[in-house]
Ligand binder design. Sequence first.
Ligand code: SF4
Ligand code: FES
Length: 242
Amino acid sequence: MPDTIMLQVTRYRPESEGAPTVQEYEVPLREEWAVLDGLNYVKDHLDGTLSFRWSCRMGICGSCGMTVNGDPALSCGTFLTDHAPGPVRVEPLANFPVIRDLVVEIDDFLLKLPEVKPWLVRDDDGVDGVEFLQTPEQLDAYKQYSMCINCMLCYSACPVYGIEPDFLGPAAIALAQRYNLDSRDQGAHQRLDVLATDAGVWACTYVGECTRACPKGVDPAGAIQRYKLTAAARTLLPWGKR
Ligand code: SF4
Ligand code: FES
């Protein structure tokens, strides 16, 4: 195995540059190093002006999403050795405006997310001292969808989001399902108005790239298909329950 590997990193300052450029950096190739370690080596030793986001280094915070050799990936969970001998192309996530270098603007998602009420909705909010018990089976019904870390890899992978900016998108719909399927929640009716629309589940053409890209096994495509059935049933049977 060679001692070093070449990173080809997108550089871009939209306020002063007309187009992105690519800059090459040679970094140590170590067995335990992820792409994020390579970028931190660049930042610490080669070029302090390189901008990128990260925090936890363990697939929890969701902030280090980038495009690595063409695929959306968590840079802290993508090992350099898997791309040896290189070069490794590192670009910002697709489908989002670039703020600088590898840092993208995700305000669109943050503005859309509250529309699906990603919290427990109760008719009896404010009842003090009431425990809403849940069985392990009831937890299993939604647990998969609760693993989302808002990393935006699914939005970057989704061809529909790339051409339909109004689309709520995979993670927002998966998070809506997380609460719809929670036995303690009573807000499915409120979410239906937002989700059973052209900008909601009906925008999805079931390409499935979101689920393939998800590093946490959330399966947003499955959540969307499941919700399409619910939405269709409600249209045909307006008195039906979820
Ligand atoms: S659904 Fe998966 S890919 Fe999409 S934001 Fe959540 S964790 Fe990331
Ligand atoms: S740094 Fe937190 S998920 Fe990668």
